[in-house]
Design a protein around this ligand. Sequence first.
Ligand code: 16G
Length: 250
Amino acid sequence: MALSRRSRPKHSMLVQQLLALVQEIRDRGETCLPSERELGEQFGVSRVTVRNALAELEEQGQIYRVQGKGAFVSTEKFHQPLSSLTSFTQDMDSQGMVSGARILALETIPAPRMVAKLLRISEDSQVLLLRRLRSINAEPIAIENCYLPSHLGQVLQSHFRQDSSLYALLQKHCGITPVWAEQSFEVGSLFPWEQNLFGEKAPPYAMCTTRLTFDQNDNPIEYVESKYRADRYAYHVRMEAQHAYGEYRP
Ligand code: 16G
């Protein structure tokens, strides 16, 4: 954002005024900011000045903009710690939140080639697809596509309910304990149907993760592709140095 020397004080003052407005909107439990035109009128500045100030607030993570819909206040994020393997239900319980789920699909399908390879089953096998919309305090937060070996199908079909914890069920009914996992993260976009599930205020991008989970015998038991609302969810990791820095030799 290139600003002339003359427009800089006006810009800084507007950023401060907008920050105060963002806080007021947050305190009211709302999320939607007035349009650029309305903000220009309210603060007596041009639309370009408003746009530049909004861009700065977006860079600070205070707001996010959705093309064609306007600007929205970023709300506080839910956190998932990464130091140990946990289930969605456990993560939310430990933060005093209510986890929920809507089952979008629970069906047996031909294993996609990559999934078969990861689950170490033959390419012509079937897998169980469990697709869920996960929520926190009734707010939709993530879409999970979970692929499981098909022999778990019968147990899941008879015991699995909307709000069941998959990990608790695997342990209780199948003697399978999820023990460790490999997980990766990248930013991605949402398909229109996914965005519909998150609601119109959700940004069109998401934190995409994949998790391959292993049981107590080091067998892969689930492969999950998830999309988490980027404005509502964050990961947290604690790091410890392995050496004294002065002694480090590559
Ligand atoms: C988490 C896991 C998912 C697992 C689910 C089980 C990630 C990215 N995903 O959401 O792999 O299937 O927990 O949760 O962390 P549940 O036991 O509450 O059903």
